[in-house]
Design a protein around this ligand. Sequence first.
Ligand code: GLU
Length: 290
Amino acid sequence: MPERFVTRFAPSPTGYLHLGHAYSALTAFAAARAAGGRFLLRIEDIDRTRCRPEYEAAIYEDLEWLGLEWEAPVRRQSDHFADYAGALERLIERGLVYRCFKSRREVLEEIARAPHLAADGPEGPQYVGAPLPPEEEAARLAAGEPYAWRLSLAACRDHLGAAFGALTFTEEGVGGGEETGRVRARPEIFGDAIIARKDAGASYHLAAVHDDARQGITHVIRGADLFAAAHLHRLLQALLDLPAPAYRHHRLITDENGKKFSKRDRAVTLRALRAAGATRADILARLGLA
Ligand code: GLU
C-alpha cells in the first residue's frame, strides 16, 4: 500500500503569523486535502528566549480563523528536548560532531584571518573547525564554559564515504535557484553547521529533521527561503538513519516592493488584517488562492 501523504505547518511562536505564514499553512493544508492525506501542526519553540505563549495561542486562533483543521495533539518541540538530546547523542557516539566553545565574534575574527574560509553560507560564514585538543577541552569543560556542537563535514565524509557525494533529495516545488526534481544535496554550503546551540541543546535543523521523521512526514511544504536547509537536512537524515521526505518549497509572499514579509511587518499580521476588517476570503484573494 502506498505511504499516505503526511505534511505539516511548523511555525515558531516568536511573533504573530503574517501573510507569508498564511500562504504556507494554506498550501500545505490544501495539498493534504488533495492527496487525501494528513495535515499536522508543529510548534517550533526551542528558542526559549524568543518564543512566547501568547504567540502560540495566537497561532491556533489565526489558523482556525483561516479555516484550517489539524490533528491533536500538536507537537510542541519544547516538550521534547530529551528526544533531541538522544539524536545528538547518536551523532556524538559516531564521532560526527565536536564541541565548539567559540563565540560568533571569535568565529568571525578567525575567518577574517583566513579569508579563504570567508564564503557565506545560508546561515553566515562557512566556518570549518576542528575539536580542541583533549586537555584544552577538558579545562574549558571544567571551567563550565558553554559550548555548541558542530557537525564535522570531514567526519561526515569519512563516515558516509562515497554516499556523502551521492546524497540527493526530491524537490517537487522549486528552490531559490530554480532547483527542481532530483537535487544533489550540498550540505557543505553550511560549513560545519551548529547542530546543538549553546543555549538550547538542539538546533532548528536537528529538531526539525528529528520531528519530520517522528511524525511520519512524507512531504515537507514550506517557503523557498528554507530551501537551502534541505541540503543539510538530507545529510542529517542519512547520519541518523531517518527516512527522507520529499520537499515542496513554494514561492514567497512579498510586499509591493518585492520584499518578503517578516515578523516585524506588523501591518500584515493576520490579526492586524482581521482587525482592519479583512475576511478569510479577502486573505485567500490577496494570496492568489481564491
Ligand atoms: N519554524 C520554521 C519557521 O517558522 C519553519 C521550519 C520548517 O518548516 O521546516 O520559519
